[in-house]
Unconditional design. Structure first.
Ligand SMILES: [Zn+2]
Length: 1016
């Protein structure tokens, strides 16, 4: 059928160009009230953010539970998982959603627009007409199982976060800030005690009230033809119209989102469970401006940056960068509600300092006002940086930037697009702010922070509270169990089993096969052109010619240039840490934390550390010193700086200064060592993080590996010793750190990368002429891969089996590893990626049989070629052993052909893997980085990613069986796999017994037992 815009029911409300390469077009249907915003962005990916305004005045969690139930099937497609299965065929990786306090957003990202438009009507059918069955509610939201325990996917999810420090503090703030009739006050995720009382009827009636076409906005970002979009919307409209008209609806939030301001100060303490009682959190909150007061909100953003953005900003300087830090982080936040809330957070505050921090904070702001103290030069730098960040985000996160603006506009803006027109003019507001005087800035601070009433909350960790919570919950479940009695429990178990069967209505193959897989050739990849310094004829392109012409000096360095279209340039040094003496390795964390905030000595001039931090913020928009890149290569130290293209030479100069001219000082080292130490208790509250850290400690050789030696678990003792040395014999520490630098920063260890608009850079090559102390290019030291620094337990898995107790969590996490392929050109990689996708994917095998059975919130496999290991993670599980046992059963059945892999699901998995590869190069910057990683670090051809895509398309069923037998079966054999479980103390015994029963010699240990020399 030919389609023309004239016969569309959609009216184009406005088309809004911006100064940052995004054009917004807003449509509204005359017939159904459906809103569509298309944000036109040049990129290979297309994103959907399908948003509903969702307001709730209680804590039953209707918005969040509904978000989960939408994925269980729709009127036209009444099958659980159909959406995710088809999404994969659309060249995507499943679908996702989030619930915020004022809206619910359903998301999808596809490579290219063809799959996106095919999926659009199916997705909208799920949102507007979900099945909302009793059985879906029972498994996905809440039920009581045969053991008398409360469960369900949403219930377990809230169990995992409701009592965390952050959630408890924020909920208390909301209760104090917002009145009874205001939805901002609610826990839209659902509190456990309310979820236990919720019913599916309540959710159905919530759906009826809020999930209506006139309360739905389809935000679409990327390259989509308007004409094709309107054609894809036509059947959606027809279907909505066929349902008849709805009664009129009051627009959510408009009458309830504004509320009276605080009239008095309120101070309270909020306890949260943790064994370690040393560090707390402080939250201060105020009423903020209305959301359409764009200039005021932008001004507060800039003021917040000025107060906290770097080591020389007032609040960081006086609260963080001091010998005994009052906190490790200071942070402002403005909510984007109809009337905003301003928040200030201090993280990791030593408990004995807590009481005094808020008064010091207010005294500091008052002092600035009294002394008329705003450094206008620095303010100018902050404003310029905000402008650059805006342009940068349009290059690196254009989709998210566009979605944020569109969602806020849909929730609170004028229907005619007039507010959207104002809200996109970010650059203009920043320009207006350059005219602000000192007095303007101080008045702003006085009005919103100093004079305004506020709420102060002290978040304090408490071991007693942890015990009380656990005991109260134990008693509640015990009472529930005995009240129900054995017969009723058996009935409940039967009801649960029936619900699972009812949910698992098989998806007919023809539904899958009717959904055409778009060709990979329809995706617009970003083109990157590579050149090298001192190239011997390997690269033949215009960029190489440009580099060759810039030949006025010798540059004895390895440099790769990757040309892309960008306003910015990235300069980075990737340095192999191979020759580092063992005793210096534990300094890695301190060295990386310090290196960008030290004094610099150049000839006779000494820049203080403040000068350096200020100078960097004038010239550089982002800088960092880390281990590794692209989620791997952790044996390589990476220094990176990003600047506007005209400041290329400054970026190179700063890199040289940082690498060779920084001065370690006792004063700075004390501050930084204390900051690292104060952050450790917070890191140790994270179950998944601790499972990863423990496994690394067991598998990598801390006497050879920089990443192993910096393990957070080893740092407490080491840094305390460093602090003692800094008091007693500081020269030894300074000598060690200088030796660390000398061993690291040698030209033969160094591979430089420059990415940006190389064709228009001034002296792209000779800007490096005085960079290195070396006069000729010696042979480069080989790149050290993670597989070369494994210890015996990492090289031959089968020796590690440990369970670690962690009192701050309520569930368990586990990590399992086996040997995997270790060469980047191994032919097993492509089938392994497809197999992993088949098992891991949403509504895939593990999802149905593990998450669907309530055994874990999620579980996933990862093939780490660089380490030569495959890992399997079980995330947030009531009992990690049960989830493991189920995975074992699944793999065994696949090996024995008792369970078959459907050919149509293999096609979906291939297309999902291709999506994930496209996603790695979806912005100019990422495409350029990938070019470096593939050609320099992996030493593969430039076509490496495309070659893998072709190999993926050619994977056969036999290939899948081969890699299943060759690798994954070993995960379940104690002789060939390593396992680390991190668990709530109450569950240790049961989990340990489970693993022992299948042959793992499981040792129960605590985090403090793990040291560089400790072996399980
Ligand atoms: Zn959820």
């Amino acid at each position: 059928m030919h389609f023309s815009e004239q016969n569309s029911t959609f009216e184009k409300i406005c088309s809004i160009p911006t100064d940052y390469d995004i054009t917004f077009i807003k449509y509204k249907s005359r017939k159904t009230g459906l809103t569509v915003v298309l944000a036109d962005i040049e990129a290979p990916l297309v994103n959907g953010f399908f948003t509903l305004a969702t307001e709730a005045c209680d804590d039953f969690g209707c918005p969040h539970t509904l978000e989960h139930l939408v994925f269980l099937g729709s009127e036209q497609f009444p099958y659980k998982g159909v959406l995710d299965t088809l999404a994969n065929r659309a060249i995507a990786q499943g679908t996702n959603a989030w619930t915020d306090v004022d809206h619910t957003c359903y998301t999808i990202t596809t490579a290219g627009s063809q799959g996106f438009l095919q999926l659009l009507p199916i997705y909208v059918d799920h949102i507007l007409y979900p099945t909302l069955t009793d059985s879906g509610y029972y498994t996905e939201v809440h039920h009581i199982n045969g053991k008398g325990e409360d469960a369900g996917v949403v219930y377990s999810e809230m169990q995992g976060c409701q009592n965390s420090g952050d959630d408890r503090i924020h909920l208390r703030m909301k209760r104090l800030m917002y009145p009874e009739n205001c939805g901002y006050r609610s826990e839209t995720g659902g509190l456990m005690e309310r979820l236990r009382e919720l019913s599916v009827d309540k959710i159905r009636s919530y759906h009826q009230s809020y999930y209506r076409p006139d309360n739905l906005c389809l935000v679409i970002t990327g390259k989509v033809s308007e004409h094709k979009l309107l054609a894809a919307l036509a059947p959606i409209e027809e279907n909505i119209i066929s349902k008849g008209t709805l009664p009129p609806m009051q627009r959510p939030w408009i009458s309830t989102g504004n509320f009276p301001n605080l009239t008095d100060n309120i101070t309270e303490t909020v306890l949260f469970p943790d064994e370690d009682e040393s560090m707390g959190t402080i939250l201060i909150a105020w009423n903020g401006p209305m959301c359409n007061d764009y200039l005021q909100a932008r001004a507060l953003d800039v003021l917040n940056e000025y107060l906290t953005d770097s080591a020389v900003s007032v609040l960081q300087k006086e609260f963080v960068e001091i010998e005994e830090p009052l906190c490790t982080e200071v942070d402002f936040h403005i909510t984007d509600h109809l009337k905003s809330t301003l928040m200030f957070t201090c993280t990791s505050v030593p408990i004995e300092e807590m009481e005094k921090v808020p008064s010091l904070f207010f005294a500091t702001l008052q002092r600035l006002i009294d002394n008329n103290d705003i450094d206008m030069k620095r303010m100018e730098v902050v404003l310029e940086k905000e402008m650059l960040k805006l342009l940068d985000s349009a290059e690196t996160e254009a989709h998210e930037t566009a979605a944020d603006l569109s969602i806020s506009d849909f929730l609170y803006g004028a229907i005619d697009g007039s507010d959207l027109k104002k809200s996109v003019k970010i650059q203009q507001y920043l320009e207006q702010l350059t005219k602000f005087t000192k007095a303007d800035w101080l008045n702003l601070m006085k009005r919103w922070y100093v004079d305004a009433p506020h709420i102060t909350l002290f978040g304090k960790p408490s071991a007693q509270f942890a015990e009380d919570l656990a005991e109260e919950e134990r008693q509640r479940v015990e009472k529930q169990r005995s009240d129900l009695g054995e017969q009723r429990l058996a009935e409940l178990q039967k009801k649960l089993d029936d619900a699972k069967t009812a949910n698992d209505m098989p998806l007919p193959n023809e539904v899958i096969e009717n959904f055409e897989i778009p060709s990979v050739s329809t995706i617009n990849f970003i083109n990157v052109q590579t050149a090298r310094n001192n190239d011997l004829g390997n690269f033949k392109n215009a960029v190489q010619e440009r580099i060759n012409r810039d030949d006025s000096a010798d540059v004895p360095l390895f440099i790769q240039f990757d040309h892309i279209r960008s306003r910015f340039v990235n300069v980075s040094a990737h340095i192999s840490a191979a020759g580092m003496p063992s005793h210096l390795l534990p300094y890695t964390r301190l060295f990386l934390k310090a290196i960008f905030s030290l004094p610099v000595q150049k000839g006779d001039t000494l820049l203080t550390y403040e000068d350096v931090v200020k100078g960097l913020s004038e010239d550089i928009i982002e800088y960092d010193a880390t281990l590794g890149t692209s989620g791997g290569f952790r044996e390589i130290v990476v220094f990176s700086l990003k600047a506007k293209a005209s400041k290329y030479h400054r970026a190179v100069q700063w890199l040289e200064d940082i690498l060779w001219h920084t001065q370690f000082t006792v004063e700075r080292l004390k501050v930084l060592a204390n900051l690292i130490l104060n952050d450790i208790p917070q890191a140790k509250r994270d179950g998944h993080g601790m499972a990863t850290a423990s496994m690394r400690a067991f598998q990598f050789d801390a006497s050879k590996s920089v990443s192993a030696a910096r393990n957070i678990l080893f740092q407490t003792d080491f840094l305390q010793e460093v602090l003692r040395q800094l008091e007693n014999d500081p020269s030894s520490v300074l000598a060690d750190l200088n030796a660390f630098r000398d061993a690291l920063c040698r030209p033969e260890n160094m591979r430089l990368h420059v990415s940006g608009d190389i064709m228009n850079l001034e002296n792209p090559r000779t800007v490096f002429k005085n960079f290195s102390p070396a006069t000729e290019l010696t042979d480069l030291a080989p790149i050290v891969l993670s597989q070369e620094v494994l210890n015996p337990a990492g090289k031959t898995p089968g020796k590690v089996a440990a369970i670690v107790g962690l009192p701050s969590i309520e569930n368990s996490y586990s990590l399992h590893t086996v040997k995997g392929p270790s060469r980047f050109d191994d032919p097993d990689i492509a089938p392994l990626l497809v197999l992993i996708e088949l098992l891991d994917t949403m509504e895939g095998i593990f999802w149905k049989l593990i998450r669907g059975q309530g055994l874990a919130y999620s579980c996933f496999l990862n093939a780490d070629i660089e380490a030569g290991l495959i890992s399997y993670t079980i995330f947030k599980s009531p009992n990690a052993f049960k989830a493991f046992e189920q995975a074992r059963l699944v793999i065994t059945q696949l090996v024995n052909h008792e369970m078959q892999i459907e050919p149509s699901t293999v096609d979906g998995a291939k297309s999902a893997v291709i999506y994930s590869l496209v996603n790695r190069e979806n912005t100019m910057e990422r495409a350029a980085l990938l070019s470096f990683v593939n050609q320099v670090l992996k030493q593969m051809p430039a076509s490496y990613s495309r070659d893998i895509m072709s190999a993926i398309q050619n994977v056969t069923m036999d290939d899948l069986q081969r890699v299943l037998n060759k690798y994954l079966v070993h995960m379940f054999n104690p002789g060939t796999s390593n396992v680390v479980v991190v668990s709530a103390p109450a569950k240790i015994e049961e989990i340990q017994k489970g693993f022992e029963a299948v042959g793992f010699d499981m040792k129960s240990i605590s985090l403090n037992d793990i040291s560089p020399s400790f072996c399980v």
